[in-house]
Design a protein around this ligand. Structure first.
Ligand code: AKG
Ligand code: FE2
Length: 730
């Protein structure tokens, strides 16, 4: 028989929202009905939406705001009552633990009844009877996706309250990052005079704090600042626990819809199982909710244990062995038989000469409480479930087998497998690029066309453009590369950095310029290399829209030539699959922003110069680095552009005959990381341009003054304007 948990009267806090915004006298008043009790927030919301469609903006703002604040208060009240009733009915539960099973059903019903009455009494003191009723799933969805802020944004705009409109827009956008219209609106608010930077605030930020801490911890870790990483991971663990508990506290029985009296023994049993299953799945849902970012799909499996692992490593690296021991013990609460943790503990115990008594403070204590409560709930449920044929999901990957009755283990294992599979697929299908770039902007250079976009390339933030260079420009750059190669390459002696079957030659803008000065290559060809960069920057900046300015990070012309006689039976790649700004770990699908990856690179572009070679296809893959998602055949003037992060792993197939040349460019949003070599080249350029008649030695002093003083600044920017200006005329 099927037990339908969705019909049971549990307040499932699918999208829990708990603001710790203090309740001001004003907002309390506005959320109360005439009886002084909290009104139903769904009704307030409907009134707000109706006013919105009547274009009665004043009323719309009033009711939408009231619905948001009333919901906050309701959730907080429920939390308070949950705490107040935490032990209600415990005597019944403790009997369940010891009972031989014959009284399980009655015990569960008793327990639920007692607790529900406690909660009902508690909530009844401040919530009106209508507001005690569960809201529809539509309303839960509306609030979960932050749609009230969508209405509020327009409403405040109409009321000419731009700061509030900007804040509503931002709050909505955080949970809906691919909502292009809202993105454009935000852009407009940013340009409006009088809208302050502080207005772009996430009004729901309170529930996202653990994510801010998570990001800060990862950042500290990637810069090997271990002391800071320890601090940040601790904060993150504490906050994640807090958010989880807040969420779980919302899972209380709806006090007005208690089980009707079942008349048969089997009926009693089923009812009890049904109710306890609902309660448990509501609590379990919190694990997924807390580890899912708003607007992003992929939940991190095993979120708390994962953080503890990071914390443990950071503590070890920071030399805090006692702390590491404490964290390991916390981790062992989840996975008591984990061999790595056990052997690490053993190791620390030897180093500390047995002094490994953890102080059981902070996270350890809280985690111990959390784990033991969660396990008690599971035991309770699984015990009762043992004789029933039903399906359930357990999002915790750490539930020990002994909690699950023998009869259920088979189903349970299958569920776990499925969960793993689902997680994997979820990550595969819905890659979300967090880079802040959005493909799809215009291509403002005459003659350049979009050949493939995200859809054609099967991914996110990818593009292929054609017509970036003419045939004669390709020829001139090929010529430049050939001469430069003959006088030594720019690969600092690493002639085959990716494969021994090919020779690599690289040339930077500065080196090309110096070769021109020494009379090895044409000035105009060296200048072309520089100018192509400017065009590519205009294209990338425009197509990949973002809030940030773009700077050159690095540019080089690269040729890969097949080494004759060394191609037989070759199975490697010309350039192995990689991500440009992080180190991809295909097994975990994680990408570590750490050296030797060029972590500051944000956008990548490769412009191809020729096609008269064998092999050398560019390709994108999935995060597994194996599944090829799109291929690009190089040809003169073709550009492949993409965001440099984990959504775009890519590689190059072996060049088995001939020579393949391309201009590779990377851009950064961090001014600090801009390409100083390019600036040096530009300064040199200016100096040379200014002093055609001057002696060659003078360029050196001109360069110095450009680097150290402001005197050259104006000249340089004039020169740059001229360069871009010319390209714009194309
Ligand atoms: O040459 C290409 O097509 C790609 C090169 C590349 O991925 C890189 O240099 O990072
Ligand atoms: Fe690359």
């Amino acid at each position: 028989m099927a037990l339908l948990s969705n019909t049971t009267p549990v307040y499932v806090a699918f999208f829990f929202i708990l603001n710790s915004v203090s309740i001001t006298a004003g907002s309390r008043l506005s959320s109360e009905s005439s009886s002084g009790l909290l009104s139903p927030y769904d009704e307030l919301y409907y009134r707000g939406v109706r006013a919105y469609f009547r274009e009665d903006w004043e009323r719309a703002a009033e009711f939408l705001e009231k619905s948001i604040s009333t919901r906050d208060m309701l959730l907080r009240t429920r939390r308070k009552c949950h705490d107040e009733c935490l032990t209600a009915g415990d005597d019944k539960v403790s009997k369940l633990d010891t009972a031989d099973g014959s009284l399980w059903d009655l015990g569960v019903l008793d327990w639920i009844q007692v607790r529900a009455e406690c909660v009902r009494f508690c909530m009844g003191r401040s919530v009106s009877p209508a507001a005690l009723l569960p809201v529809s799933s539509d309303i839960e969805y509306e609030f979960g996706t932050r749609n009230p802020y969508n209405y509020l944004q327009v409403t405040y705009y109409k009321l000419d309250k731009m700061d509030k409109a900007a804040s509503a827009a931002h709050t909505f956008f955080v949970a809906n990052p691919s909502h292009l219209e809202m993105r454009n609106n935000i852009e407009k608010y940013k340009r409006m005079i009088g809208v302050k930077d502080e207005s772009f605030q996430d009004r729901e930020r309170e529930q996202e704090q653990h994510w801010e801490m998570y990001d800060a911890a990862v950042l500290a870790e990637s810069s090997s600042d271990w002391a800071k990483a320890v601090k940040k991971w601790k904060e993150c663990v504490n906050e994640t626990l807090k958010q989880t508990e807040e969420c779980r506290a919302q899972c209380v029985m709806a006090p007005r819809v208690l089980p009707e009296e079942p008349d048969t023994a089997q009926g009693v049993y089923e009812r009890a199982a049904d109710l306890s299953l609902s309660l448990l799945s509501c609590k379990q849902m919190c694990v997924t909710l807390v580890s899912t970012r708003p607007g992003r799909v992929s939940a991190l499996e095993d979120f708390l244990p994962l953080q503890l692992e990071h914390l443990h490593i950071a503590q070890f690296k920071a030399g805090d062995l006692k702390g590491a021991v404490e964290t390991l013990r916390s981790l062992l609460l989840f996975y008591p038989t984990d061999s790595d943790s056990l052997s690490n503990l053993e190791l620390y115990s030897q180093t500390l000469e047995g002094d490994t008594e953890a102080q059981e403070t902070g996270p350890l204590q809280e985690i111990a409480k959390y784990v033991s409560r969660a396990l008690q709930e599971k035991r309770l449920l699984y015990f009762g479930m043992a004789n029933l044929d039903f399906k359930f999901s357990d999002p915790d990957l750490w539930t020990p087998e002994d909690v699950v009755p023998e009869a259920l283990r088979e189903t349970w294992r299958a569920e776990k497998e499925q969960l793993h599979e689902k997680l994997k697929q979820g990550q595969k299908v819905e890659e979300v690029d967090e880079s802040g770039f959005y493909a799809g902007g215009p291509v403002p250079v005459v003659g350049v066309t979009i050949t493939m976009d995200d859809q054609g390339l099967n991914g996110t933030n990818r593009v292929v453009l054609d017509g970036v260079l003419s045939q004669s420009e390709c020829d001139r750059l090929m010529q430049l590369a050939a001469i430069a190669a003959s006088v030594g390459d720019g690969y600092r002696g690493r002639r085959s950095p990716h494969t021994p079957h090919e020779k690599f030659e690289g040339l930077t803008v500065l080196r090309a310029l110096k070769l021109a000065q020494d009379g090895h290559v044409n000035q105009s060809d060296a200048r072309l290399l520089h100018e192509i960069g400017e065009t590519v920057k205009v294209l990338m900046d425009s197509y990949f829209r973002s809030h940030s300015s773009l700077y050159f990070a690095y540019t080089h012309l690269v040729c890969r030539s097949a080494i004759p006689g060394q191609q037989e039976g070759r199975s490697d790649l010309s350039h192995p699959v990689h991500v440009d700004n992080c180190i991809l770990e295909p097994e975990t699908r994680q990408c570590w922003r750490e050296a030797p990856a060029f972590t500051h690179r944000d956008l990548s572009a490769v412009v191809y110069l020729n096609d008269d070679f064998e092999g050398g296809d560019f390709f994108f893959t999935d995060r597994d680095t194996k599944t090829v998602t799109a291929k690009v055949k190089p040809s003169c003037g073709r550009l492949v552009g993409f965001t440099s992060g984990p959504v775009n792993p890519h590689g190059v197939t072996a060049v088995t005959e001939g020579r393949r040349c391309a201009l590779a460019l990377w851009f950064t949003t961090e001014k600090l990381h801009r390409d100083m070599e390019r600036e040096e080249a530009e300064a040199l350029w200016t100096a040379v341009g200014q002093s055609v008649k001057e002696e060659k030695g003078d360029t050196e002093s001109a360069l110095k003054s450009a680097r150290s003083g402001r005197s050259q600044g104006k000249e340089r920017s004039k020169e740059r304007d001229r360069v871009t200006g010319r390209r714009d005329e194309l």
